[in-house]
Design a protein around this ligand. Sequence first.
Ligand SMILES: [Zn+2]
Length: 412
Amino acid sequence: MEEFRKKGCRYCDSSLGKPFLELGSMALANSFVPKTEASAAEFECPLSLSRCENCGLIQLADVVPAEMMFTNYLYVSSTTATFRKHFAEYAKSVKDKSFRKENLVAVDIGSNDGLLVSCFVNEGMKGVGVEPAVNLSSDANKNGVPTINRYFDHETVLEIISKYGKADIITANNVFAHIDDSQAVCRNANDLLSDTGMFVIEFPYLVTMVEEMLFDMIYHEHLSYIALISLKFLMNRFKMEIFDVDYVSSHGGSLRVFIQKEGGPYKVSDTVEKMMKNELEKGYDKQEIYTAFAHKVNMTKDKLVAFVKEAKAAGKTISGYGAPAKGNTLINFCNFDDDQISYIVDDNPLKQNMLAPGSKIPVMPGSYLNEHPTDYVIIFAWNFAKEIIAKIQHLKEKNVKFIIPLPEPSVV
Ligand SMILES: [Zn+2]
């Protein structure tokens, strides 16, 4: 599997040392297996984290080519009322923050089905999406949301400038940490951005992952684990500057970072200085904190494995709620299979009646749990625990116990 081992750091090209955390070789967390292919061999790749000693970026040691990961992508951006509201507020807040107020051009990278772009348009901006997935970009265009079906590369930048002019706002939500060539993204964003423009990126925050032991957010598509100190290093290389940051609750805790060209019109906020100082004081620029994190991750695994082993020895049955990527990381790290966890229920119809990658645990619709209740339900989609528990509260009368697996297994 050495073929996917990354030699140089994604942000600064320095050579990378040995990984400090190894979760083992595992199947891609979003590659669900049809039941007819239950016995076929799955593609696997090591899931390990390395730290760059030069710029501090925490990153996957092995990188699977994007085209191998995104062909069977089951995640579809939800168009629920909650999502619409979230994106509508987001579009309004970036518009309010913008230095220029009239005739704004707003570009969303990795625009998915175009929800955010449509919110830009509703705010009176000229919105355009960039989306490499053919089906998603064609759906967006059919719905009247201007979308370019390409990767965010130099040609795309030239096309946008010639059609719309330079961008006042560029957004990239949960794509920045998933792109291998971060340096090209920065170069292209700088080329596309107007002198008074801002580049807004959102990604899960490394500090939250370490502090709250959210190691299940490590999976093959998630290439970079970002703190402000490493991001600042990257942006400075490309003559850009972080000027503001918001902490947002999505994905267990994310940062929304606002970036301008060097010499841009926005004042650097106190929050940026404060958060950067906090990272340095806690030692996120040094190896020790990551070594300690890796040690705790392995202990947490041991606890969860022991819990499941004891429950099985006592004749108990166990199921799972939610089959997100993070759940599959955790299950495969613990080497669980359908002997330990009988089945997982998930509300996404695209995952139902498939087998979870690696573990081959069957995925069933939510109603299956009512018909076949188990003694324990491990909530793998823990970020939705409140909603899930409310939904299956009635099972408590049947003595079903709910388990939150992290930061350590606990009965709720
Ligand atoms: Zn580096």
